[in-house]
Design a protein around this ligand. Structure first.
Ligand SMILES: Cc1cc2nc3c(=O)[nH]c(=O)nc-3n(C[C@H](O)[C@H](O)[C@H](O)COP(=O)(O)O)c2cc1C
Length: 331
C-alpha cells in the first residue's frame, strides 16, 4: 500500500513524496511577463515547505494567449534570464519544477489583451466577458508552434518538465468542449477532432523536450456543464495523450470554476480516480484537500497516485512538513 510520503517515479524522475503544489496564478510578474523577485520568493518559500513537486502558474505562450496583466510569460527568448533564475532557484532547493504552459484563448481578460481574443469558434466561454473571434487553420498551427517554442524555452531555462494546460476553459479546453467548439473542420465535431490540437501539441512538445524532462498534461476531465466535455470521454482521451508522450496526468475539471469554495474536501478526486482506471502513468487528484489524513487516505485507497494541495499551501507554505508531523513521518 502506498503512502503520502512514499517516493514515486514520474518518467525518469523520482519524487520524494506525493504532495504537489498545483499551478496557481499569482500575477507577480512585470507587465511584459518577466519573472520578478516576488515570483521567485513565492515559489522558494513553498519549495522549502517540504512539497515533492511544484507546477508553476500558467505561463503564456504567446501575447494573444495572455490571461492577465501581470501573468508571467514564456513567449519570447528575452524572458529566459528570469525563467532561468526561477527554475535554478527551485531546482537547487531540491524540488523539481514543472512549467505550466498555456494559451487563454477566449478566457483572456480584457485588461490583458491588446488584440481581440481568439477561440475555436468565436464563442464566449460561459460567464467570461471577452468577445473572441474564430481562429483560422493557419493560426491554429501557429499556436502549436508557440507551445513548442515555449517548451524549448522551458528546457533552456532548466525546468524539470512542462505541463500543457488543457483544463478550466483555457484554449485547449475550449477546443475539447462541445460548448465552445462548433467547428466543422478537422478541429471540431468528433472527440478525435476536438482533441486534435492538444494531441499535436503534446506530440511536438515531446519531440522538443525528449525523455529527460517530465511531460505533464492538465486534463479537464469534466466540464461540469450540460452539453460539455464529460467524464465518459476522459479515460479515452487520457490514453491518447499517454500514447503521444504524456507521463503525468494532472486531473482537474470545470469549464469555468475549478476552485470551488463550497464543495467538499477532495471534490475533483473522483475525476482522477476515473481517469486512473484507464491509464498506467501517475495521476494527480485535486480539490480542496486540506487535512493530511484525508490526503493520506486518497493515496492509500489508490484513488490517485499524488495529491495537489493548492490553496492550503498558499495559506501555509509549510503544509507538507506539518502533514509529515501529523502522519508521524517526519518531525
Ligand atoms: C489563486 C489561484 C490561481 C490558480 N491558477 C491556476 C493556473 O494558473 N493554472 C491551473 O491549471 N489552475 C489554476 N488554479 C487551480 C488550482 O491549480 C487548483 O486546481 C484549485 O485551486 C483546486 O485546488 P485547491 O482546492 O487545493 O486549491 C488556480 C487556483 C487558485 C486558487
Amino acid at each position: 500500500m502506498a503512502h503520502l510520503f512514499d517516493p514515486i517515479d514520474v518518467g525518469l524522475l523520482t519524487l520524494k513524496n506525493r504532495i504537489v503544489m498545483p499551478p496557481m496564478a499569482m500575477d507577480y510578474a512585470t507587465g511584459e511577463g518577466e519573472i520578478t523577485d516576488e515570483v521567485v520568493g513565492h515559489y522558494l518559500e513553498r519549495a522549502r515547505g517540504g512539497v515533492g513537486l511544484i507546477i508553476t502558474e500558467h505561463l503564456f505562450v504567446s501575447p494573444e494567449g495572455r490571461y492577465s496583466a501581470r501573468q508571467p510569460g514564456i513567449y519570447d527568448d528575452a524572458l529566459l534570464p528570469g525563467l532561468e533564475r526561477l527554475a535554478g532557484t527551485i531546482v537547487d532547493e531540491g524540488v523539481p519544477l514543472i512549467a505550466q504552459i498555456s494559451h487563454a484563448g477566449a478566457r483572456t481578460t480584457l485588461e490583458a489583451s491588446v488584440i481581440q481574443p481568439v477561440s475555436p469558434s468565436g464563442i464566449k466561454v460561459p460567464g467570461v466577458e471577452a468577445e473572441p473571434r474564430e481562429l483560422s487553420v493557419d493560426e491554429i498551427i501557429r499556436i502549436a508552434d508557440a507551445f513548442t517554442a515555449a517548451a524549448a524555452r522551458a528546457r533552456k531555462a532548466g525546468f524539470t518538465g512542462v505541463e500543457i494546460h488543457g483544463a478550466h476553459g483555457f484554449l485547449l479546453g475550449q477546443f475539447a468542449s462541445p460548448i465552445t467548439n462548433h467547428r466543422t473542420d478537422e478541429y471540431g465535431g468528433s472527440l478525435e477532432n476536438r482533441m486534435r490540437l492538444s494531441i499535436e501539441i503534446v506530440r511536438r512538445v515531446k519531440a522538443e523536450i525528449g525523455d529527460d524532462m517530465v511531460l505533464a498534461y492538465r486534463l479537464g476531465a469534466d466540464d461540469m456543464m450540460d452539453g460539455g466535455f464529460a467524464l465518459d470521454d476522459a479515460g479515452k482521451v487520457a490514453q491518447w495523450l499517454v500514447d503521444v508522450g504524456v507521463q503525468l496526468m494532472d486531473v482537474s475539471g470545470g469549464l469555468v470554476g475549478s476552485r470551488s469554495a463550497d464543495e467538499g474536501q477532495g471534490y475533483f478526486v473522483p475525476l482522477a480516480t476515473a481517469v486512473k482506471s484507464a491509464i498506467t502513468i501517475p495521476v494527480i487528484g485535486v480539490g480542496k484537500i486540506i487535512d493530511p489524513l484525508f490526503a493520506e487516505s486518497i493515496i492509500a485507497d489508490e484513488r490517485a497516485d499524488m495529491v495537489a494541495v493548492g490553496r492550503a499551501i498558499l495559506k501555509d507554505p509549510e503544509w507538507p512538513k506539518a502533514a509529515g508531523v501529523k502522519l508521524g513521518v517526519v518531525g
